[in-house]
Design a protein around this ligand. Structure first.
Ligand SMILES: *[C@@H]1O[C@H](CO)[C@@H](O)[C@H](O)[C@H]1NC(C)=O
Ligand SMILES: *[C@@H]1O[C@H](CO)[C@@H](O)[C@H](O)[C@H]1NC(C)=O
Ligand SMILES: *[C@@H]1O[C@H](CO)[C@@H](O)[C@H](O)[C@H]1NC(C)=O
Ligand SMILES: *[C@@H]1O[C@H](CO)[C@@H](O)[C@H](O)[C@H]1NC(C)=O
Ligand SMILES: *[C@@H]1O[C@H](CO)[C@@H](O)[C@H](O)[C@H]1NC(C)=O
Ligand SMILES: *[C@@H]1O[C@H](CO)[C@@H](O)[C@H](O)[C@H]1NC(C)=O
Ligand SMILES: *[C@@H]1O[C@H](CO)[C@@H](O)[C@H](O)[C@H]1NC(C)=O
Ligand SMILES: *[C@@H]1O[C@H](CO)[C@@H](O)[C@H](O)[C@H]1NC(C)=O
Length: 466
């Protein structure tokens, strides 16, 4: 084991030296063809982390979940959403088939609601929803429809909504969704923003796409609840969540950009759907706060964990910048009054992102340093996704880009209001304690620490000329 780690560490060091020798990615942000060419390089680099279509691997997932590999199940859902957008913005269809195959396989027949038995131990409402949001996006951009005998994009998003709405529960905190789905998962007692903003986001997009007001009412309910428990405050900060045993009053005030991004996207869709002053005010407030908090000096920073002197973001958090850039690009399209402010800030932020990339499309995490920071974290797919998101959405600034479609404006995806009603086959698992989950995380951390230890050890040997 020690020897294998040493070899891996040596390879990493060689890779790091090679990286230093490489030039930066060059892009002309005023040229759509240059943006597309650079996006293609980064997309290819991102997709190299996907092995699900290789022999003996599981279709649709990134290596994981910990301790098997760095990525939890949800992150692949987020990646396929990114790849749907990649096709939408650039027109490059080389990853469409692998994307479709992944989105259909992990939907998990027969219920097709993105709740595969395999991933029950880490299945939160947010995890399920990131896959659902990818399917919803596929409907909104007319991503090529699956074969007729397969579940359709719109129906997949409806299945996620239909399985989540009954989980809304009034007993604690006056409403809201819990974070985790199985009672036995650590975090079942946490009612957090991400679970609820994802639900709101899907409901808003279904309302706009299908014009069914039931969905819109759920959006109103969810927003009102989040304001009621003060997860959204008067200044439009979006906090992380609270616990049912404290009636959700023990708010963890940390602010992650994923919460703000998914929420402003949903709010802007509601503004577009209702054309109301109420939702316009909310979008303005969220945008103002988002730009001030997450884009200090015009470049995105994941402030909760990307600190001046160190980065303590986990694998999940390394991917958040991408969701913000993609969400804001869509907000600019559906809420045109935000277009100028959004394109201005995304441009300066993307200039930072590009400087974090090397010419082969390897991108770092910090966008404020003017260089590749070498931060591969425990797995770099998130960094790649984020840089790709920043790059490709720059096209919003350079050429006419159509807003998301609906059933009456050209969207062709076929829905099913009752999707997800086939009984779920989730087995009753032995309770998974908080310690188990923590343990899994710890194991990865331990392996990484050993790896890092080796790296430092080898470096110093190297430095001594051995
Ligand atoms: C995707 O799959 C279809 C049907 O199998 C095939 O005709 C098409 O060439 C594939 N496209 C790409 C880009 O691989
Ligand atoms: C679940 O795991 C089994 C065994 O590894 C695998 O064959 C199957 O494809 C997985 N299904 C999903 C939806 O990931
Ligand atoms: C819990 O909080 C809600 C408001 O979020 C309030 O209506 C309810 O009375 C509280 N319940 C208890 C038991 O304090
Ligand atoms: C509207 O959506 C609700 C919630 O899913 C569903 O029960 C209802 O059948 C839908 N109505 C129509 C006309 O599709
Ligand atoms: C946010 O709102 C404040 C107060 O209205 C304003 O001074 C500031 O310029 C706004 N910031 C952004 C980024 O819109
Ligand atoms: C755009 O930014 C300016 C300056 O920060 C601010 O005053 C204005 O309110 C913003 N507009 C919108 C729609 O957010
Ligand atoms: C809604 O979005 C479309 C683009 O999809 C845009 O043309 C339209 O102006 C938006 N409506 C409102 C009220 O802003
Ligand atoms: C729009 O929705 C209606 C009702 O669900 C459906 O009958 C129709 O086929 C849909 N239109 C398109 C273009 O998919």
């Amino acid at each position: 084991m020690g020897r294998i780690l040493a070899i891996v560490a040596a390879l990493l060091l060689v890779a790091a030296r090679y990286a230093r020798a490489q030039s930066a990615l060059s892009v002309d942000l005023k040229s759509p063809s240059s943006i597309k060419a650079a996006s293609k390089i980064v997309a290819k680099n991102l997709m190299a982390y996907y092995h699900g279509d290789e022999y003996g691997q599981t279709i649709g997932i990134l290596p994981g979940p910990p301790p098997v590999g760095p990525y939890y199940w949800w992150e692949a859902g987020a990646m396929w959403g990114t790849m749907v957008d990649y096709w939408f913005y650039t027109g490059d269809d080389q990853f469409n088939n692998v994307t479709t195959e992944a989105l259909l396989f992990q939907a998990a027949a027969p219920q097709n609601s993105y709740q595969p038995i395999n991933w029950t131990a880490s299945l939160g409402n947010d995890d399920q929803a990131f896959w659902g949001m990818a399917a919803m996006l596929a409907a909104e951009v007319n991503f090529p429809n699956p074969p007729k005998d397969q579940p359709q994009w719109l129906a997949l998003a409806q299945a996620v909504f239909n399985t989540q709405a009954p989980r809304w529960e009034l007993e604690d905190c006056n409403g809201g969704l819990r974070w985790q789905i199985p009672r036995s998962n650590g975090g079942f007692n946490y009612k957090n923003s991400i679970a609820n903003v994802c639900f709101l986001n899907i409901a808003a997009r279904l309302a706009r796409y299908t014009n069914n007001e039931t969905y819109a009412q759920w959006v109103e309910t969810t927003w009102d609840w989040m304001e009621g428990v003060k997860y959204i405050d008067k200044a439009y900060n979006v906090f992380d969540g609270g616990h049912v045993e404290h009636n959700c009053t023990d708010i963890n005030p940390v602010q992650f950009s994923a919460n703000a991004a998914v929420l402003i996207h949903g709010a802007a869709i509601m503004y577009n759907h209702t054309n109301s002053q109420k939702w316009r005010t909310r979008v303005s407030g969220l945008l103002n706060r988002t730009i001030e908090h997450f884009f200090p000096n015009g470049i995105m920073v994941e402030r909760a964990c990307e600190l001046d002197d160190r980065v303590q973001c986990n694998v999940d958090q390394h991917s958040f910048k991408g969701y913000m850039h993609r969400a804001l690009a869509t907000v600019a399209l559906v809420a045109p009054f935000t277009h100028e402010n959004i394109t201005n800030v995304l441009r300066t932020s993307t200039q930072g992102a590009i400087k974090s990339c090397l010419s082969d499309g390897t991108c770092g995490f910090r966008w404020t340093t003017g260089n590749y920071d070498g931060d591969v974290g425990m797995g770099p797919a998130g960094q790649e996704m984020s840089a790709l998101a920043a790059l490709m959405t720059q096209l919003v600034d350079q050429q006419p880009v159509a807003g998301p479609l609906t059933n009456t404006t050209g969207g062709t995806s076929v829905g099913d209001p009752n999707a997800g009603s086939i009984p779920n086959t989730l087995p009753t698992l032995a309770p998974i304690t908080q310690a188990d989950r923590g343990g899994a995380g710890f194991l990865t951390a331990f392996v990484l620490t050993s790896l890092l230890g080796c790296l430092i050890w080898i470096s110093s040997e190297w430095a001594e000329g051995k």
